[in-house]
Structure formats: C-alpha cells, structure tokens
Design a protein around this ligand. Structure first.
Ligand code: 4AD
Ligand code: MG
Length: 459
C-alpha cells in the first residue's frame, strides 16, 4: 500500500504509475459525470486528491460517499504542475472499507478547539490534531535521539513511590483499600493496604534518577508524572510527561548548557522534519511561530539571577496583579514579562531563595539562595525547572530535618552523599509545555491525547 507521505515527497517518480492508497474521505464533490474525493490517509499532513468518473462500475455509490467513510483506492498518479496540489490520482476503483453515516460530527467546517476537546476520540482526525500529535511524536523521538547521541542512559524510574520529591504535597495516593469502608469505620489501617504503607503516583523521577547518575554519570528519564495541583490553567495537567536528565561531575553551568543545547536540538529537529505542520501552525494557530522558533535556535539564551530579576520586575509592579518583592515565588505573569518584555527570548533565572525551592538543591555561599535554574520562554513561562544538587551529606541532612521531613525515608538518597559523592545537577523539562512551545498551541489540553485536569478525566 502506498502512503501519502511517500507520494508527496516523491510524486514525480510515480507519475503515470498505478498505486493503491487507503484512508478516510475528507470531502466528496461530485457532478453527473465525474467527482473528486479528498482523502486523509493519515501518513501525511496534506490530503490526497482522487478523481473518479463514470468508467468506474460503482460511480453512483462513490459519488454519494459521506465524509468519514473509510476507503481503498486504486488508480494512476498524474502529476499536475498547474494545479494547487502537485498530483492527483485517477481512480480505477474505489472500495468502501467502512461506511460513515451523515451524523458524523466532523463535517467539513472549522470546529472550535473547545468543541473538539469534547470528542477527544475523534479529534485526531482533524488537520490541527493530525499536526499536533505528529509533532508530539517527533519531539519525543528527537529527545531520545539527543540524549542517546550523547551516550546518556535512559532510566525507567518507578511510577508508584513512597517519596514526595518536590515536597509540595501534591500527590495522588495509590491504594487498594475501600474508601467507603474507611469512611464507615472512621480509621485507616495500612496493614490492609497492598504496600502496607501510604504510597503515591510519582511527581518526578529525579531522586531515583540521581541514584543512576551516581553509577552511569549521565542519565535521563522520560515518563509520565502526576500532580494533584489545584490549578485550572492552560499550562497545568494532572498527568503529564517529564524528561529529567541528571549529570554527575557537573554543576549548574553545565546544566544550563545542556538544557539550552537540548531545546535548540528539539526545535531544529522539528523545523527539519515537520515543515508542513509548522507552516500550518504558523498560518492558523500562531502567526509569529516560525519567526520565534528561528530566533530561539539562533540566539543565546538570557541569564539572570532571581535577585536581579526581582529588581527588574519591581520597576513594573504597577503592571502586575501580584506585586513582586524579594522572596516571592514568581508567578506566570512575572515569568512571561521577563521573557517576553525584558529579554525577548528564553531566559534562565538562577539562584532562587531556598524557601521557595525543593530540599535537594545545593545551598549557595550566601546561605539564603540555592543553585536553582528555571528556564522561562515567551508565551508559556516556565518550561524547565532544575538545579545543582546538594552533595554535602551534613548540609542535606540538616535541610531535611529543617523542613520536617523524615530522614529515614531518604536513607537511599543520603547514601549517595556518603559513598563517593560527586557534584551533580539535573533538570526537568515539561514535555507538554515543550510541545506547546514548538506548535504555538496555547492550551495544554490540546497537546495531550486524553488530558486529565481538575474535575476532568474523560474516557
Ligand atoms: O519544576 P518542576 O516541579 O521540577 C521537578 O520536578 C524537578 N524534580 C526536575 C528535576 O530537577 N529533575 O517540574 C519540571 C517541569 C516544569 O518546568 C514544567 O515544565 C513541568 O515540569 N510541569 C508541568 N507540566 C504540566 N503540568 C503540570 N502540572 C506541571 N508541573 C510541572
Ligand atoms: Mg518548577
């Protein structure tokens, strides 16, 4: 079976040749003597145009085929230098694989993204989502390629865990206990539970990733993570994928260099391999997309410390809903202002106050800030969060106790600082935010096949 991808890329080679293609009818315009079927074959962004006429035995049936019908077409490729599409197929036969009634929701008109979200099982058939999910797949591949080319080891960290890596208490608990029974009895007995203790879905694979970095030096994870954040925004999902590299014998500077190279590699990869999709996004979704992506790959990312960033932002406090002062956690409005108005390109913010960052980050000499880095990008805000890790056993123990965490839960983690501790650093890239960034799609719900957000778990 021929694919649209092969045909579009090499149509001249197939001129006058017979091919068989299959796919779904996107539109069907017929007259008494001939008609045009436009077919989405799923392998390429552009649909294939098929011309049929009365020489075909089932002309009457074909001319009445509804949008959405699954068909198999045999015919001759004809290159059409003067037409909009580079070639068409003159059908010898059109066979119906699966009929489609006329109440098919995806008729030929533009639907809103909101409406399409309500039919997530059908939306992959639309232009927009064909483009989004093909680019999503390519970005995943580019990420593996980037790390594998650099000899990083891919580690599969557990999804069910007893630790709260980020210490933010936003975990989904995992249990086999009957919640109704617990409510009736008014007490929880973990002896009745599968793991005999409270466990949750992971918010990050970092801690387990660090243990492997202390053996392989350079590793990465790439898997689902879960957060029960009560934030109903366009950038938060309860189930999202994260890429977490961890590098040993490395510091914050090495970490930033790696992050910048990775982002540029991904964007270059997509610009090379998904040209048609990016052009579509640039035309219909975000008119500044291509210019922005070109700018990202050709400029050096900005760098600013949290303290400097706060000074810059304080000058614009009258423009913010939430006022900026040293010590606050930067909000999306501040992050976007920094990257869109002040730097006008991606920018690393480093050295945040320890109070607003996780326990594992390396304390700076000032004893007030930690060696953290967030990468902020226009239109999204934070896309990466990372840090150099505290590698000093005593300081790490002190921080764990200070935060009221239980040191015994982190024995394995503390061992890393005991047995041949090294400087090390790492970061987490939010995969969906990366897809948003590369496509210009503004809502995280539109870059995940089946999004899970506050109050929503369809299918
Ligand atoms: O900044 P975060 O919380 O960092 C960590 O989890 C570290 N353990 C990473 C590391 O150092 N290995 O999350 C990392 C990134 C964020 O920058 C953001 O892009 C994404 O994960 N992210 C989310 N994406 C979608 N929905 C959510 N609810 C997200 N929370 C974080
Ligand atoms: Mg963060």
């Amino acid at each position: 079976m021929m694919t649209g991808r092969t045909l579009f890329r090499n149509y001249k080679e197939y001129d006058q040749k017979e091919v068989e293609i299959c796919g779904w009818v996107k539109s069907n315009r017929g007259s008494k003597k001939f008609g045009f079927l436009v077919i989405n074959d799923g392998t390429f962004f552009e649909p294939i145009q098929v011309v049929y006429d009365q020489e075909m035995g089932n002309f009457d049936t074909v001319s009445k085929l509804n949008v959405g019908t699954a068909v198999i077409v045999n015919g001759t490729v004809i290159v059409t230098p003067d037409a909009k599409q580079p070639f068409e197929i003159h059908a010898k036969s059109v066979e119906v694989e699966g009929e489609c009634p006329s109440d098919y929701p995806l008729q030929k008109k533009r639907h809103t993204l909101e409406y399409l979200r309500s039919i997530s099982h059908l939306r992959p058939r639309t232009n927009t989502f064909q483009a989004v999910f093909r680019v999503r797949s390519q970005i995943a591949y580019a990420i593996h390629k980037f790390f594998q080319e650099r000899d990083f080891v891919y580690v599969h960290t557990p999804l069910i865990t007893g630790q709260d890596c980020e210490g933010a208490g936003e975990m989904f608990q995992v249990t086999t206990m009957d919640l109704n029974k617990i409510a009736e009895e008014g007490k929880v007995d973990y002896e009745q539970d599968f793991f005999k203790k409270p466990v949750s879905l992971t918010v990050s694979g970092q801690l387990a990733g660090e243990t492997f970095a202390q053996a392989f030096r350079n590793i990465y994870t790439f898997g689902p993570t879960f957060r029960a954040e009560d934030s109903n925004t366009t950038r938060h999902a309860a189930e999202f994928w994260m890429i977490e590299p961890e590098i040993a014998f490395a510091d914050l500077e090495d970490n930033m260099i790696l992050a910048e190279q990775m982002i540029k590699y991904i964007i270059n990869y997509v610009m090379e391999h998904a040209q048609e999709e990016l052009q579509f996004f640039n035309k219909f979704v975000d008119k500044g997309l291509l210019e922005r992506l070109n700018h990202v790959v050709s400029s050096d990312f900005g760098r600013v410390t949290y303290t400097e960033a706060v000074k810059l932002l304080e000058e614009h406090n009258d423009e913010f809903e939430y006022k900026v002062s040293w010590g606050i956690d930067l909000q999306t409005e501040h992050e976007r202002y920094l990257t869109e108005q002040i730097f006008k390109k991606p920018v690393f913010v480093t050295d945040y106050p320890k109070e607003i960052k996780a326990f594992y980050m390396k304390m700076n000499e000032d004893n007030k800030t930690v060696a953290a880095m967030d990468l902020l990008v226009p239109a999204i805000g934070e896309i990466i969060g990372g840090s150099q890790r505290e590698d000093d056993l005593a300081k790490l123990e002190e921080r764990i106790t200070e935060l009221g965490m239980k040191p015994e839960d982190y024995d394995f983690y503390l061992d890393l600082r005991k047995y041949g501790s090294t400087r090390h650093a790492g970061f987490g890239l939010g995969f969906e935010r990366m897809v948003m960034y590369a496509t210009g799609i503004a809502n995280i719900r539109d870059v995940i096949p089946y999004p899970r957000t506050v109050g929503k778990c369809q299918y």
